[in-house]
Each structure stands twice: as C-alpha cells, then as structure tokens.
Design a protein around this ligand. Structure first.
Ligand code: HEC
Length: 129
C-alpha cells in the first residue's frame, strides 16, 4: 500500500506528460517538412575555398578582443562557443557597455541559415561580416 501511494506522484506526472509527448511528436513531424539534416560540409561562399589556414585564422580572430575598439570584446563575448554560441542576455552588451536592441543569435551552423540577422537583412555570412 505504501509503495502504491509513493508511486502516485510519478503516475500522475506521466499522465500529465502524455498529451505533451503527443504534441512533441506532432511538432517534430511538422518540423521535418521544413528542416533537413545539416550537411556534413559547409557550402563554399563566393568561391572562398575553406583551407586549414583559413579556419585557424578565423578561430584566432573570433577569440581576439583586439578586433574591438576597446580591446575588451571579441566575437566570443556575445557568441560564446561554450554557451551554444550566444551570450544568454536579453540584449547584448557592446562597446562602452551599451545595450543594443537585440540579443545575439547563435553562430553555430549559421553558414546554413537562409539569411543572417533576426530580420534576415544579410543574405549570407560574407554580407553579414
Ligand atoms: C556586442 C555583441 C556582439 C559581438 C561582439 C559580436 N556579435 Fe555577432 N551578433 C550580435 C547580435 C546582437 C546579433 C543580431 C543582430 C541583429 O539581428 O540585428 C549578431 C548577429 C551575428 C550573426 C548572424 C547570425 C544569425 O543567425 O543570423 C553572425 C554570423 C555574427 N553575429 C557573427 C559575429 C562575429 C563573427 C563576430 C566577431 C567578428 C561578432 N558576431 C561579434 C552581437 C554581437
């Protein structure tokens, strides 16, 4: 009896979660109509061939605060690769500790985006940069 009573909260939790699971499955099925598996290799941008040296240079620049006027911020400040490519702030903090109007989208896999920025105002990463 004690055992049955103890498992009641667990049973109730499962029962409550069932409609959510059905919703999740439906959402996943709908999403599959819009999204494809991410390709293994990124597309080549404007004939910009990817080489080991270029990848290494990009990584160095991404983490280099000397790219900012104050020498304080790097790309990683707002697109922290340890936090999924974001800063997890409501809006990003920039030069002079100013707060912008938008938060930072993840840069992970952004080469595959159909457009860049929240409003899609750049067609690709070359234009975004
Ligand atoms: C001060 C914070 C900040 C720094 C530093 C910063 N970004 Fe961003 N980044 C943002 C914000 C905010 C947006 C979204 C702006 C918008 O949509 O108008 C953005 C957008 C982007 C996007 C578009 C991604 C998408 O999904 O649309 C890319 C790519 C990007 N940044 C790369 C970089 C790179 C590379 C650097 C360094 C050279 C950099 N960012 C430095 C805040 C920052």
């Amino acid at each position: 009896m004690l055992r049955t009573l103890a498992s009641l909260p667990a049973i109730a939790a499962i029962a409550l979660a069932l409609p959510a699971l059905a919703d999740d499955a439906e959402l996943r099925a709908t999403a599959k109509d819009f999204f494809e598996t991410i390709p293994l290799n990124p597309p080549e941008l404007n004939g910009n061939v990817m080489t080991r040296a270029r990848v290494d240079l990009g990584a160095m620049l991404f983490f280099d605060p000397r790219l900012s006027r104050s020498n304080v911020f790097s790309c990683n400040s707002c697109h922290n690769v340890g936090m999924g490519g974001v800063d997890a702030l409501e809006t990003s903090i920039g030069h002079g500790w100013q707060k912008g109007p938008r938060n930072s989208p993840t840069v992970f896999n952004s080469v595959f985006n159909i457009a860049q920025f929240w409003d899609g105002r750049a067609a690709d990463l070359a234009e975004q940069a």
